[in-house]
Design a protein around this ligand. Structure first.
Ligand code: GAP
Length: 454
């Protein structure tokens, strides 16, 4: 366990050192449950989102996209059941004033004595009380006269309230899905494990509307489709699993749910939920708004409220999964250790680094020209600072899969050295063949080990 905690600490330190993640408003002491993403982190998140969108929307004929508002009227959340039911049970320690979720006490630590569990500091724990996790605010300039609005705790409701708009403005017909990526806000009682549990988070959700009676088949489809996405991101299959929810765990809207879980250093944890939401949400909004949210079934000529299957993943949890899974500390042949991120090249913020061996003899000019060509297709970076060994080490830490070095031989025969991040093997490739060579290696990349023994 100590070694595993260690890995987490090292990943957190790396993300700060290399510009993936910074604490929000750090110069003012930070803010718990919120993080900012630095230049490299922002790029990684963008690549994750783009890959999700491509798989869920662009590559499918039966899913369309949407961007709905973060602020929504209180009525939406009353009707959806979130005002009454989006609660976590909260307990307080009367002595140390620690605040805990009653349902995860076994995993919690006393803030006064971190080696102890809640209450073991000698304090008495209060009875659990329900704590609503939505952030509430007021729309309009005058507090007293404004309307109460909530920051959405899930992006899903923005999709449900637009069901009819999408049906009437596009050519989609049931079965079809509406996908959305966006921020959501939850006033979590306890925020821990870095970006795993946040108060400001980002979700990638799809509400898939299907004919009642076909939801179980679609549920099976989405389980397989979503699990495949995770493995195609390069996450090692031995650290992924599907876990069905027990009845008591189900959210107020769900009839069945399966989590995609990843084995983090702090245990198996949910990174995505796939829920069978029945017709709960659309029926509730139909009653709540007085607007029909059914579709006309062409065969039976009946108006039907569709059932919903929902795959919902977190951008931040995916980001953490990808980083933890990619992180390795390796001992090189010369006994030195190196830190490397074995990121899938499609997710690498920089795919190729281009380096002149030295800053003279025309090498920088030649390297810049190669960089300019590569940068038309790949995410390429030019670097002439420090020794080439240091440049490789820097690139290993941000997961750059390929390093191209221009040396004296390049000036003679036009070949460059291509260094592989994962194996550290080097080969010479002619600069004219470089783009094709790298594109092929990116396309055929595979993680060397499956992570089962790590
Ligand atoms: N619309 C369904 C829904 O919101 P959820 O299981 O509560 O379901 C879906 O959330 C996903 O959103 C989770 O699998 C997780 O990846 C992410 N998520 C939820 N709460 C989070 C939090 N506090 N911090 C970071 N990510 C979170």
């Amino acid at each position: 366990m100590a070694a595993e905690t260690d890995v987490m600490e090292k990943v957190v330190a790396l993300t700060k050192r290399r510009g993936f993640v910074f604490p929000t408003a750090e110069i003012y002491g930070g803010m718990s449950g919120c993080y900012d993403y630095g230049p490299v982190g922002a790029e990684l998140r963008r690549l994750i989102r783009d890959d999700w969108w491509r798989t869920m929307v662009t590559a499918r004929e039966d899913v369309v996209g949407l961007e709905s508002s973060i602020l929504m009227p209180a009525r939406v959340w009353e009707v959806s059941g979130h005002v009454a039911g989006f609660h976590d049970p909260l307990v307080d320690c009367k002595k140390c004033k620690g605040r805990f979720r009653a349902d995860t006490l076994a995993d919690a630590r006393c803030p006064e004595r971190p080696s102890k569990r809640p209450g073991e500091c000698g304090g008495e724990l209060t009875e659990p009380r329900q704590f609503n996790m939505m952030f509430k605010t007021v729309a309009g300039p005058v507090q007293e006269e404004g309307a109460t609005v909530y920051l959405r705790p899930e992006t899903a409701q923005g999709i449900f309230v637009n069901f009819k708009n999408v049906l009437e403005s596009t050519r989609v017909r049931v079965p079809f899905g509406i996908a959305q990526i966006g921020k959501a806000f939850r006033n979590e009682i306890v925020v821990r494990q870095f970006v795993f549990r946040l108060r400001e988070l980002e979700q990638m959700e799809c509400e898939f509307f299907c004919v009642p009676g076909t939801e179980d088949a679609w549920f099976e489809h989405w389980k397989a489709y979503r699990l495949r996405w995770w493995t195609e991101l390069g996450v090692r299959p031995s650290r992924l699993r599907l876990r069905p929810h027990d009845k008591e765990e189900l959210a107020h809207y769900a009839r069945g749910c399966v989590d995609v879980e990843y084995r983090f250093p702090f245990g198996w944890k949910e990174v995505e939920g796939i829920a069978s939401r029945t017709d709960f949400d659309l029926k509730a909004h139909q009653t709540g708004s007085g607007k029909g949210l059914a579709y006309l079934d062409e065969t039976t000529k009946q108006w039907v409220v569709p059932f919903v299957v929902e795959p919902s993943a977190g951008v931040d949890r995916c980001f953490l999964t990808v980083l933890v899974d990619a992180y390795e500390e390796e001992t090189k042949a010369n006994g030195e250790t190196r830190v490397v991120l074995h990121l899938h090249p499609k997710l690498a913020p920089t795919q190729v680094g281009v380096y002149p061996l030295v800053k003279k003899d025309g090498m920088p000019e030649r390297a810049r020209a190669i960089h300019a060509r590569l940068a038309t297709v790949l995410r390429a970076a030019y670097d002439e600072q420090a020794t080439v060994g240091k440049r490789y080490a820097r690139m290993d830490e941000v997961g750059t899969p390929f390093g191209v070095t221009v040396d004296s031989q390049t000036l003679v025969d036009g070949t460059v050295t291509v260094r592989d991040r994962d194996t550290m093997a080097q080969e010479r490739v002619h600069e004219d063949a470089l783009l094709g060579h790298l594109a092929e290696r990116i396309r055929t990349w595979k993680r060397a080990d499956d992570g089962a023994t790590a």
